[in-house]
Design a protein around this ligand. Structure first.
Ligand code: MG
Ligand code: MG
Length: 253
């Protein structure tokens, strides 16, 4: 059931990609995502009203790391990057995935940030195997970012996902090999590296939701819901039925 909801998110990202263009507002994107999700029997946007969140999805532009509130007055322009973070609840089970899209033409810095963050997600997913520990996931993120011109946002974490969007254990994007809770077959995790092109420090805006980088550097966020299986990590928020940590959408789609 988590995989069924996950496929809705994956196909949503394919559909919404063509709408992420200069002139669109983040409220437009929110409305499209909401209508797309509820057009599937029994599916609802899991973030709507979660802890009081006002949108159906989170839309975080440029220096916004996560939890951006969709707004009719936030019009995207060429050169922006925007992460769309989507949760779906279907038959009592949740799935959670985020993708960062480019708007029009973006600079090299943004491209390399997106590339590194997506790479970090791939490395992290690859570590989600039975017998590994949560710290191995964070270790993989660190390895992916090493030598790159960006920093890991340490104060935000991934999480278990199941009956609720946010369950134990927390999945930090830093860690030590072999440390933290043991990963067991059957666990389902939302793995979500968040990187900054500048400072890794964050702060929350006065709206009580939007988290930005402290120095307003660009930030990117990629997330998949992943099952820990005996055959290896299985990405549930993808259209492929594959055990490989490959993404099916591209940041530039
Ligand atoms: Mg998410
Ligand atoms: Mg999440």
């Amino acid at each position: 059931m988590i995989a069924r909801g996950g496929k809705i998110i994956a196909s949503l990202f394919h559909e919404v990609a063509s709408l992420v263009i200069p002139g669109v507002s983040t409220a437009d994107l929110d409305l499209f995502c909401d209508e797309y999700i509820v057009s599937h029997d029994g599916a609802v946007p899991a973030f709507k009203g979660l802890y009081g969140f006002p949108g159906s999805v989170c839309t975080s532009v440029n220096e916004e790391v996560v939890h951006g509130i969709p707004s009719a007055s936030r019009i995207l322009v060429s050169g922006d990057i925007v992460s769309i973070d989507v949760g779906v609840r279907l038959a009592g089970w949740c799935s959670d995935s985020a993708w960062t899209f480019v708007v029009g033409e973006v600079g090299n810095k943004a491209h390399s940030l997106l590339k590194t963050t997506e790479k970090a997600l791939g490395f992290a997913i690859n570590a989600a195997r039975p017998g590994n520990h949560v710290g191995d996931i964070g270790t993989a993120v660190i390895a992916a970012v090493e030598g790159e011109d960006c920093k890991i946002v340490r104060d935000l974490v991934g999480h278990g996902v199941g009956r609720e969007v946010h369950e134990e254990p927390q999945i930090p994007n830093i860690g030590h090999p072999g440390h933290g809770p043991l990963l067991r077959e059957g666990m389902v995790l939302a793995i979500e590296p968040m990187l900054s092109a500048g400072s890794p420090e964050i702060r929350t805006l006065d709206d009580g939701w939007t988290v930005i980088t402290a120095d307003k550097a660009l930030s990117a966020h990629f997330e998949h819901t992943v099952a820990v299986t005996a055959q290896g990590p299985k990405v549930l928020t993808t259209l492929e039925s594959s055990f490989h940590a490959v993404s099916t959408t591209t940041a530039t789609a």
